[in-house]
Design a protein around this ligand. Structure first.
Ligand SMILES: Cc1cc2nc3c(=O)[nH]c(=O)nc-3n(C[C@H](O)[C@H](O)[C@H](O)COP(=O)(O)OP(=O)(O)OC[C@H]3O[C@@H](n4cnc5c(N)ncnc54)[C@H](O)[C@@H]3O)c2cc1C
Length: 353
């Protein structure tokens, strides 16, 4: 997988390096997860990717609002778009729908993209400056009052700036912005936000489950948020979208070589993605169900007893590892057995919250 999207490091998109993450329980105690990564500058990254594509011969058309698919003989044969009030048609043997959450293209092409509200999180984020925080790691805050079903994040970007955001269950009465503002007011001073200013605001829906079983049709491949390819536990979708795009590109290349864009050919993408990711993401989804049942005391307990390898195994969606972690922790806290029931199976005796 091309973690750097094939871009040279020098292009400025890599943003800020971080060495791991701090996970904070509601009582303020934390566990540190070591690691290496970057808080990327996404607008720069996307522009560099577009430039790299044009160097390879692609034609980029900005500000085109795709409003429909063209279908011929039951197969997708192109798209209709509006550009500055002008209607335009583009015909192609293969359309790749990467148009994000609630993909218009996948739906208009006839795929089942139904997403129950239960599988939608609401994300909201400020780019803030004037922060004073340990910028060597990302910071994630958990708790029922903090972010139901999600967490508050601080992703440092260097130069005393950071993305400060939140993801929560989208069905709640209060908005993600309200939850985040409340957290900043209550805890911001403890994490260096007292003098911070908001430079930018961003928000949107995040699909955290309900992966598309079928992501191809005759002349169509669906990728990224459009196919709900987001990690159900932490809501991150960039890595998964890039990974899926790489499989899609490989399958598309073969389709062009053969001149065959039938669903039966393109479905190789479907099969490969489900084999590589689908199964572990289904495990992560079950883990999301378990986490939804946790109360603040459970979080406090888990942050004390889980090691960094445990947290990484959970994020990886390693079902066997999650089961042994669950069996280990429930020895001291039996009520977790019920909450992690999907992983413990027949070991569970009785029920209770
Ligand atoms: C507040 C917030 C913070 C997040 N933070 C992170 C994070 O830190 N890390 C992470 O991994 N993930 C994060 N995510 C999730 C991440 O943004 C998505 O999973 C990721 O962007 C998916 O990429 P994508 O290319 O599939 O879709 P998108 O990034 O949504 O891109 C879709 C593109 O299609 C365009 N488009 C849509 N409809 C049309 C149309 N009709 N015609 C033409 N163009 C169209 C859109 O303008 C957009 O450019 C966050 C989400 C939110 C809401």
């Amino acid at each position: 997988m091309l973690l750097n999207a094939g871009l040279p490091d020098s292009d400025g998109w890599k943003g800020w390096p971080v060495k791991g993450a701090y996970l904070y329980a509601p009582n303020g105690r934390s566990v540190r997860i070591p690691g290496n990564g970057y808080v990327v500058e996404r607008p720069i990254m996307e522009r560099e990717m577009a430039k790299a594509a044009t160097r390879k011969g692609a034609r980029v058309l900005a500000a085109h609002d795709v409003c429909d698919v063209i279908k011929e003989g039951g197969r997708v044969a192109g798209v209709r778009a509006r550009f500055l009030g002008e209607e335009r048609e583009f015909r192609a043997p293969l359309v790749i729908a990467a148009d994000g959450f609630e993909s218009l293209l996948a739906r208009k092409a006839g795929l089942n993209t139904f997403q129950p509200a239960y599988h939608v999180d609401s994300g909201f984020e400020y780019l803030m400056s004037g922060l004073d925080i340990d910028a060597d790691a990302i910071h994630l805050f958990f708790g029922r009052d903090v972010a139901p079903r999600g967490y508050v994040w601080i992703f440092p970007k260097g130069d005393n700036t950071a993305n400060v955001g939140i993801g929560i269950d989208a069905r709640l009465d209060a908005t993600a912005k309200q939850y985040l503002d409340r957290w900043i007011e209550k805890h911001g001073k403890d994490y260096g936000l007292s003098n911070a200013s908001v430079l930018e605001v961003r928000g949107g829906g995040i699909p955290v489950g309900g992966f598309l079983k079928k992501m191809t049709a005759d002349g169509l491949i669906v990728v990224g948020d459009a196919a709900h390819q987001v990690h159900p536990l932490h809501g991150g979708g960039m890595f998964l979208a890039m990974e899926a795009a790489e499989i899609a590109a490989d399958v598309a290349l073969k389709a062009f070589e053969r001149g065959d864009f039938a669903d039966s050919t393109l479905s190789e993408y479907n099969d490969r993605w489900w084999k590589l990711r689908g199964r572990s993401l289904e495990t992560a989804l079950k883990l999301r169900y378990a986490f939804e049942r946790l109360d603040d005391e459970d979080f406090n307990y888990l942050v004390d007893v889980l090691g960094s390898e445990d947290v990484l195994a959970m994020a990886e969606g390693d079902a066997g590892a999650v089961r042994s972690i669950a069996l280990r922790v429930l020895k001291d806290r039996p009520r977790l057995a019920w909450k992690f029931r999907e992983f413990i199976g027949d070991v569970v005796m009785g029920s209770g919250g």
